[in-house]
Write a protein that binds this ligand. Structure first.
Ligand code: 5AD
Ligand code: SF4
Length: 441
């Protein structure tokens, strides 16, 4: 008799959750689960959640409401909530939605096999401790060939910075760096499975300070070591804090060919008054100095950022300074959000900016950021770029790949070319992608 059970994971939020979802499935495979992409077929549905903004958390409860319909059709179906909402709300999730069978916080995934066993025995476990052991140490990675030539690899978790708007220090806990050798071993395994591009992840990835063979390693040291893996062609890292862009990391952008010329370096706002209130510990000018130094090391680097508009106390003049900063940096791509109050964070208690004002500022900022993104994409047209081909595109006969600057690039290409880097001439630009023609295979 087959005891195989099907697992459906829905992932919300950041790339670290994407990585965690992979490791969650790795943890449950030995417990008899296989992954399905069809939720109606699932024996276990797991929501890997994000708590960064208000809407993200509310989405989970409405999704659980929708999933109730599945449970009506298949009463044995089990439901779990993982990730940052799980970490923040714990038992409250089961109180609010009793259909949920278990809640697992973002540091306890290695406990999942025991938890699903307890669910099978009628329990409703909730695990939201921050255990001292490393969850990833106890999860055996699947050795199956990878579907995509690009992979995430978490090197650092948590944050000690306590920006006044952010829940991460509470949901992901204090900064912890994984030992360097474990990361190198995992990178080698990924490469053996067909990966050629690795994106090193951390909430504060450039604060990485993991134990290496000869003392503590910085992120730059780790990148230089990873670059020695022959079949690994591209290295990226995200997300960084401006205050942790040390000299060596800036230098690595100039001297480590495999480190891609793209950097996500959030500033959040352009006004020093707001940056101070946000507890960012840097001014706009200091941020711009860092950018200047990075551009001196790697002139063609594309920058990306995160912005919050309507933070408590932000006036029209403050907001104008955010627009001014964007005009100076000219981001290749950026993410912008209306400030949303997060329970337990200092700024949630302060006087709030009017919602309509926030919406208007967001629209104005996004108009400017989109213009810069379009200008950058337009500047690519006619250029020949290396593109890592990743998967079939929606149009038949086409593949979609990634430029060094993280653009999605579409082109006619044979499916065997997936996983290779081709030279392609950019022929057109669309809203969020480029079109190209292969020059050499
Ligand atoms: N409101 C709006 N945006 C937020 N972010 C983090 N917390 C909040 C909040 N309370 C944004 C920041 C961060 C990104 C991941 O999410 O810009 O860099
Ligand atoms: Fe949140 Fe990033 Fe600030 Fe840490 S540095 S508190 S993760 S916004």
């Amino acid at each position: 008799m087959s005891t195989e059970k099907k697992l459906f994971i829905k992932t919300y939020g950041c790339q670290m959750n994407v990585y965690d979802s992979e490791r969650i499935s790795d943890a449950l495979i030995p417990a008899g689960y296989t992954v399905t992409t069809d939720e109606t077929q699932a024996d276990l549905v797991l929501l890997n959640t994000c708590h960064i903004r208000e809407k993200a958390a509310e989405k989970i409860y409405s999704e659980l409401g929708r999933l109730k319909q599945l449970k009506l059709k298949k009463p044995d179906m089990k439901f779990g909530v993982a990730g940052c909402v799980a970490q923040a709300e714990g038992q409250e999730i089961i109180n609010r939605q009793p259909m949920v069978d278990f809640v697992v916080g973002s540091q306890a995934y290695h406990r999942l096999p025991e938890m699903v066993k307890s669910v099978d025995e009628g329990g409703k476990p909730v695990e939201i401790d921050f255990p001292t052991e490393d969850k990833f140490d106890h999860i055996i990675r699947s050795k199956a060939k990878r579907k995509l030539p690009s992979a995430f690899l978490t090197v650092q978790e948590g944050c000690d910075k306590f920006c006044a708007f952010c829940v991460v220090p509470y949901t992901r806990g204090a900064e912890v760096s994984r030992p360097a050798q474990k990361i190198i071993d995992e990178a080698k395994q990924l490469v053996d499975q067909g990966v050629v591009e690795i994106n090193l992840l951390g909430q504060n990835v450039n604060a990485y300070h993991g134990q290496g063979v000869d003392g503590e390693w910085s992120l730059a040291r780790l990148i230089r070591e990873l670059a020695k893996i022959d079949a690994l062609k591209r290295i990226r890292f995200t997300t960084s804090h401006p205050n942790d862009m040390d000299d060596d990391l800036i230098a690595a952008h100039g001297d480590t060919e495999k480190l891609m010329p793209y950097l996500h370096l959030p500033v959040q706002a352009g006004s020093d008054k707001i940056l101070k209130a946000m507890n960012r510990h840097h001014t706009a000018e200091e941020y711009l100095k860092v950018i200047e130094r990075i551009r001196a090391a790697r002139p063609d680097i594309a920058l990306s950022g995160d912005f919050i508009v309507g933070f408590p106390g932000e006036t029209e003049e403050d907001f104008q300074q955010t627009l001014d900063l964007c005009e100076i940096v000219r981001y290749g791509q950026a993410y912008s959000f209306k400030y949303s109050t997060r329970p337990g964070t200092p700024a949630a208690e302060w006087d709030q900016v009017d919602e309509a004002e926030k919406a208007d500022r967001l629209r104005r900022l996004q108009t400017l950021l989109t213009k810069h993104q379009m200008d950058f994409q337009l500047s690519m047209v006619g250029k020949t770029l290396p593109v890592l081909l990743e998967k079939p595109a929606r149009d038949p006969g086409q593949l979609v790949g990634k430029s060094e600057y993280l653009h999605a690039v579409h082109m006619d290409a044979a499916p065997e070319l997936v996983g290779t880097i081709v030279q392609a001439k950019v022929t057109r630009t669309e809203r969020n992608s480029l079109g190209a023609k292969i020059v050499t295979g």
